[in-house]
Each structure stands twice: as C-alpha cells, then as structure tokens.
Design a protein around this ligand. Sequence first.
Ligand code: ZN
Length: 166
Amino acid sequence: MRNADEMLAVAAERADELAAPRLSPRPGRGVAVLACMDTRIDLFPMLGLQRGDAHIIRNAGGLVTDDAIRSLSASQRLLGTEEIVVVMHEGCGLHGASEDEFRETLAADGVLPTWRLGAFDDIEATLRASLARLRSTPELPSRDYIRGFIFDPETGALREVAEVAA
Ligand SMILES: [Zn+2]
C-alpha cells in the first residue's frame, strides 16, 4: 500500500532519462497551465507539451486560489511566462460537493481552516470567474493571453469557455 519505496527505486533505474542537464528551467513555450489534479487528466499529450515547455500548477478543481496566484506570479515574474491556460473538467469531485459538509468534517476534527474547499455547481460560470479573477490580478504582469478549457474524460474532448458568456 505504500508507494514511496517503489517510486524511489523506479527513479533510480531511470536516472539517465530523467536527467535534464541542458534543459532551461524557464518554460520554453512561455506558458503556465493551471489544472485540476484529477487522475484522468494527462496534460502533456492533451496539450501537446514536452518537458521544459510549461509550468504545470495543479490543485483540486483547477481553481484560481491565492496559492495558484502565488505560483503564477512566480512563473511570470521569475521565469518569464506570459500566457495562462486553465483546465477544468467534467465529473470534477468539487462539482456539486457540499462546502458545509466539508467544513463540518473539519470542524469534527477541531480545525477551522481559512480556506474553502471550492465546491461549485456551475462549471462554466466557475471557469469564467477564474478567468476574470486572473485578468484583474495585478500580481500577474502578463494578462493578455488567458484562456480556459473544459476537458471531458468520457470522450476526451477539450472545449474552450470564453471569459464572457456569449
Ligand atoms: Zn477535478
């Protein structure tokens, strides 16, 4: 049930292919991707990315949290990215989840976090709000190229959601 030992062994076997001595830490395609942590989303083949191309920031939901903004700000200000792609998906665990019930499970353990789970009911409205928040975030110096996509794990389709509803 514990994976860490096996992971270390696999990495040791593959050190030659994992090494990237000539690869720059600056994303080669100047893009940062913010995506849900869902296991079914394989961003590299989905977006045609190779190692070295992009920053990948993942969290529950692919939501624009304060910490996502921290990472995007570092991506732009320290490592030169100028474009952001947000990827949410159908069947997300946060879609239709209960913010109140989640808080109650935390409260039962005696904790009252300052953050919210980020549960949502309308995925497109949530993505539009995320894009609008990014657009109005001065921590990000580059806000001209911000796009939002929704992936459907059942069909493999990836569709765009415009920032402003048509
Ligand atoms: Zn998700």
